[in-house]
Write a protein that binds this ligand. Structure first.
Ligand SMILES: C[S@@+](CC[C@H](N)C(=O)[O-])C[C@H]1O[C@@H](n2cnc3c(N)ncnc32)[C@H](O)[C@@H]1O
Length: 248
């Protein structure tokens, strides 16, 4: 399914592929969307010249040590577990699928989490507006692989999105990617290694066959395991920016 997600930078219309809505929601989830989401939802500034400070999204006196971003969090189990294990970090989750957002809200309520903010939309709308060098880590876990060649341009890992991620990541910030689709893994390696701002943190096959320590399997990792599909976990680091006279 195809839907618009607003004008992108340069005025070009952004198109989002994939579902925004699934099965009818239970009344409890509808209530969470009506009552809890407005308190956690990110209001993306419309003017391009007002960069968004992600640390300022967290109210109530909570000043996060760092802000981490998960793109396409699905049902939100990984995001919620990270937020629970790292109360000092502020988390931003982007997910256009309303049923997934409702599942995350359920986890937030269940654990009383106050360090997550949510964009129920295309992550690109937010990334384009974030302050440069403001995010310490980005996770993209089991993104839609779009395996048909004619659909490869729908993949999230594309040069323009890598430019945007490189811009918002801090020096030495981490970018984590996971997939069980060998074609998408190869594609990601090629595109990220081709990008001047990233280095691959691989230390040998064990490092890409094992989920990073401290993170839990997502729903899609579970589906891959049920089908005996090997999962690959790639970790990249954003290179340090060259020092300019004014940054010294
Ligand atoms: C295959 S699912 C994986 C979900 C979850 N990460 C997991 O591992 O279970 C991919 C998710 O990415 C979301 N997605 C696709 N394009 C996106 C975008 N541009 N911004 C944010 N989320 C996106 C989809 O709605 C979908 O929920």
């Amino acid at each position: 399914m195809k839907s618009g997600s607003g004008p992108g930078l340069g005025g070009r219309r952004r198109i989002l592929y994939g579902r925004r809505r699934g099965r009818r929601l239970r009344p409890g989830r509808e209530a969470l969307l009506a009552e809890l989401l407005p308190r956690l939802a990110i209001d993306v500034p419309s003017e391009a010249d007002v960069p968004l400070d992600p640390g300022a999204l967290f109210a109530g006196g909570f000043v996060p040590e760092d802000v981490w971003l998960e793109i396409g969090f699905g049902a939100g189990e990984h995001l919620a577990a990270q937020a629970l294990n790292h109360p000092e970090i502020g988390f931003i989750g982007c997910e256009p699928y309303i049923n997934g957002v409702a599942s995350l809200l359920r986890e937030i309520e269940r654990h009383g989490l106050d360090n997550i903010r949510v964009l129920m939309d295309d992550a690109r709308a937010l990334i384009e507006r974030l302050e440069p060098a403001s995010i310490g880590r980005v996770d993209i876990l089991f993104p839609d692989p779009w395996p048909k060649k004619r659909h490869h341009k729908r993949r999230f890992i594309l040069p323009a999105n890598l430019d945007a991620l490189a811009s918002v990541l801090k020096d030495e910030g981490e970018f984590r990617f996971a997939s069980d689709d060998a074609g998408y893994v190869r594609w990601t390696l090629e595109h990220v290694l081709d990008h001047a701002d990233f280095v691959w943190l691989a230390r040998g096959p064990r490092s890409w066959r094992q989920r990073p320590a401290g993170s839990i399997p997502t729903r899609y990792e579970g589906k891959a395991a049920d089908r005996d599909r090997a999962c690959v976990f790639l970790g990249f680091q954003r290179r340090r920016r060259p020092q300019t006279p004014s940054s010294r």
